[in-house]
Each structure stands twice: as C-alpha cells, then as structure tokens.
Design a binder for this molecule. Structure first.
Ligand code: BGC
Length: 483
C-alpha cells in the first residue's frame, strides 16, 4: 500500500513538476516575446524621434527664406563707386561657325544646330558698341580653344589676333576684359582623347591656357579658368544632355576631380608667370531644398545633392581634398570666386535622371521662369553666404533669366540687384555683377528656344534690339555711377 502510495505521489509530483515547468516556460516565452515587442517599439519610436529631431535640426540649420517682395522697395539700392557693371557671354553660344565637341554633339543627338549663332565673330565690333551703350565697365566672354588649336599642335595665330584686337577694343572703351578659358566647349581631337575624363589630357588643357595667357595677359587682369565645373560634369556625364552625352556616376565623379585638378594646374602655372593677375573660376551655386520640409526622405536627398553639387567643390578649394582624392594644389587656388546664380531645385525621392524628364517643382507663390525653374532671388543671398567662407572677393559672373517677352526680366533684375546691394551693405565683398546675357544666344541643349538677352536677336537678320530690361539695366548703371 505504502509502495503504491509513494508511486502515486511520485507520479503526481512528476505531473505537477511537468505542469509547473510548462507554466514557467510559457511565462518565459511570453516574457521573451514581450521583451522583443518592447525592444521593437522602443527602436521604432527611437528612430522616429531621431528622424524628427533631425528634421527639426535641418529645418533650423537650412532655412528656406521667402520674402514678401511687395513690401520691399527695390529702388533702395546702392553700390560702391568702384563696383563693376557687366554682361557675360560664351564663345560657342555667340561666335558662330565652330567645329568642336558641341557641334559634334548637336549632330549626334539631332539637336538644334548652333550654326551661325549670333555671328559675333564677324560682328563683334558692333556688339562691343552695345556694351558701351549700356554703360558697362566689365565684359565677361570666353576664348574658343577649338578656334586656336583646331588640330592637335597646330595653332591658328590669326584667331588669336582677333581675340587680341577684342581686348584692345574693350580697353579703349574702358571696359574690363574678364576672360574665361573654358566655357563648356573644346576641340574635337581633345574630346576624342577623352577630354576631362582622362587626367593625362590635362597637359593639353594647360598648354592651351598658357598660350592664351602669354598672348593676352599683358592686358587682361582677370581670368576664369573653367565655367561651372559641376554643370559641365553632371550635364555631360550623368544626365547626358551635354557632350559627350554619357550617363555614368563613376565618370561624373572622375570628371569632377579632373576639372578641379585642371583648374588648380592652370591657376598655379599662370600665377607663377604673373603673380599680379587675378584668377578665379565661375561656380554655379544651385541650391537644393527639400520639396517637403517635413519629409524624412526629401531632406537627405537634398543634402546629398547639395554636397555633390556645392559642398564637395568648396571643400576641395578650402582643403585640397575632394571626393575621396587629394588635390593639394587646389587648396587656396582662387584670387576671387565667380558666382553664377539662377535658382533653387526642390528635391524629393523621384528625381529626374535626364533633363527631358525635368519638371521643375516650385512653391505655390513662386513664379516659374521660361526654363521651368522658379525665380528665387532669396536664394541669391544664400549662394553668396555659401561662397563667403572661401575668403576671397566675390564677382557675380552670371545671373539672368530666359524670358522672350521680357515680362519677368525687369523684376528679376531688380530683385537680384537688391539682394546684392543688401549683401554689400552687410559687409560681403562683392565687386561686380555680370548679367547673363548681353544678347539672345545658343542655349546649349535648348537651342535657340531660351532667350536670355538684354538684347533680342533676330536670328534671320542678326539684328539686335535692346529690350526694356536692357534699358532698365542701363538706367540702374547710370544712376549708380552718378551717385
Ligand atoms: C551657363 C551659360 C548658360 C546659362 C543659362 C549657365 O549655366 O554658364 O552658358 O547659357 O547658364 O542657362
């Protein structure tokens, strides 16, 4: 009986222990489950809190000001006595009848052909009279490498002589020649070697620049090495809309670095020849703002693009390091910075990958320019603030708007000049303004559809007509000079 009882108790105990164990393991399981759920909830809410904090931080750090322009007196502007008033052009856009990387691209991509352009190569004397009539004191234009060295190593001295005559003529008009050495175009033979995509090609670029410098620097004091390196590299190698029409991020980064190397090489060499000249670069500062300022996606996209477009370049000049490469000779390689400003881009997740897909977003109250992007003069001030840490004088080397009817340009001009005037009052060292452009011209991939001129050009007759905005600019210059 005792044995039976103890067997019974033993069995009962085992059963109790088993049940107890099961209960414990159920409790443990649910504890573990709860812990995971808790961790997950904490991680997600931590992430949300972090993202929100980051958004709040970025909203504060990168404000996007918009002014009530109605309440601003745009006539309240003043400029220093020695401030220079100018316009800007580029060889391929105005000279006409060239053979270069662009004409090949126009043919290959079946674009509108640059052809005769403004026939400026033959009409430059008349065009320079327009500069005088506007009262300008500086004129920014570019030299066409493909004219001077159409075949590798064979130089066209007659073409150099025409550029030399242009310089003399400008000086006799008391207009400062402001010369750009590379404005998007170069000889076909150099493009065939890979252009800026191959570092070995930079020696050719350097010897072209040295040659021009040797011929003209006795009269030209201010030089831009390269126009808009970031536009050149992204349009030609990411979006494929400029020659050579490629689409590769790897190549884009390579070209960006080589443009920096090319600029630095030219800067060092020309400075060693004549330390007294001033050498800079024309940098397009486009601002990237998030389309939705509360979006956790739009913010990183806009910061990344801003870094690639603007930040990496500025870091290159300040530190001599750019996009994971050391370019020590680039450090402090500017005597002035040329600032080209047009607009801001509102960026989100679905960014266009070619300009055909480009549909520019704009804020509801912003006015769209003919190009599609918004007029955002407030951003001009931000662009000035962006280049200020370079600690060199700022020359505005380009600013303007496509507007065939001239309905927006007067307001555009006034707002942007007001921004400069305010910035100067607050201590920014801005020494010149060059309006883009003197006259309508060949607008690259857009052909002749975009009209940026203070003068309208009839491309059938080559007649130039001053637009009302041109008259406005003339009177602003006149008033400023007579103050
Ligand atoms: C370029 C000019 C161009 C202008 C208007 C600038 O990016 O330097 O060549 O015509 O913008 O689009």
């Amino acid at each position: 009986m005792i044995a039976y009882k103890s067997a019974f108790f033993a069995a009962n105990n085992r059963e109790l222990i088993r049940k107890a164990k099961k209960r414990t393991s159920n409790t443990e399981d649910s504890l573990v489950n709860n812990m995971w759920a808790y961790l997950l909830i904490s991680a997600v809410s931590g992430l949300i809190a972090f993202k929100l904090a980051l958004i709040l931080y970025r909203r504060r750090k990168y404000p996007e000001p918009h002014f009530d322009w109605e309440s601003i007196d745009l006539d309240e502007i003043s400029f220093p006595e020695n401030f220079l008033w100018g316009t800007a052009t580029a060889a391929h856009q105005i000279e006409g009848n060239l053979t270069n990387n662009w004409t090949v691209h126009e043919e290959n991509k079946n674009l509108e052909k640059s052809g005769e352009a403004c026939n400026h190569w033959n009409l430059w004397k008349d065009d320079f009279q327009m500069l005088t009539d506007l009262g300008l004191t500086s004129y920014r234009f570019s030299i066409e490498w493909s004219r001077l060295e159409p075949e590798e190593g064979s130089w066209n001295n007659e073409a150099m002589d025409i550029y030399s005559q242009m310089i003399d003529d400008l000086i006799s008009r008391r207009i400062r020649p402001t010369v750009t050495l590379h404005h998007f175009s170069h000889p076909v033979w150099w493009e065939e070697k890979g252009g800026f995509a191959d570092e070995n090609n930079l020696d050719h670029f350097l010897s072209y620049c040295e040659r021009v410098f040797d011929a003209l620097s006795d009269r030209v004091d201010v030089w831009c090495t390269i126009n808009e390196p970031t536009v050149f590299s992204t349009m030609g190698y990411t979006l494929g809309q400029f020659p050579p029409g490629k689409r590769s991020i790897r190549l884009t980064l390579k070209v960006m670095r080589n443009l920096m190397r090319g600029h630095a090489m030219v800067y060092r060499s020309l400075k060693s020849k004549r330390p007294e000249v001033r050498i800079g670069i024309a940098k397009n500062v486009t601002l990237f703002d998030p389309l939705n300022r509360w979006s956790p996606i739009d913010w990183p996209v806009s910061r990344l693009l801003d870094w690639l477009w603007n930040g990496a370049w500025r870091k290159g000049i300040i530190t001599g390091k750019m996009l994971f490469s050391k370019i020590p000779q680039a450090k402090d390689s500017l005597d002035f910075v040329g600032l080209n400003y047009y607009t801001h881009f509102l960026t989100g997740l679905f960014m266009p990958t070619s300009t055909d897909e480009l549909e520019f977003a704009k804020r509801p109250h912003e006015i769209a320019t003919e190009f599609g992007y918004p007029m955002y003069a407030e951003g001009f001030r931000r662009a000035i603030e962006f280049v200020a840490p370079l600690n060199v004088p700022i020359e505005i080397t380009e600013n303007g708007v496509a507007d065939a009817q001239d309905s927006l340009r007067p307001e555009h001009l006034k707002r942007h000049l007001w921004i400069i005037s305010e910035a100067i009052k607050e201590g920014y060292n801005i020494t010149s303004y060059h309006h883009w452009s003197l006259m309508d011209n060949f607008e690259w991939a857009e052909g002749y559809s975009m009209r940026f001129g203070l003068h309208e050009v009839d491309f059938n007759t080559q007649k130039r007509t001053l637009r009302p905005s041109g008259e406005l600019y003339r009177s602003i210059i006149h008033n400023s000079k007579s103050k």
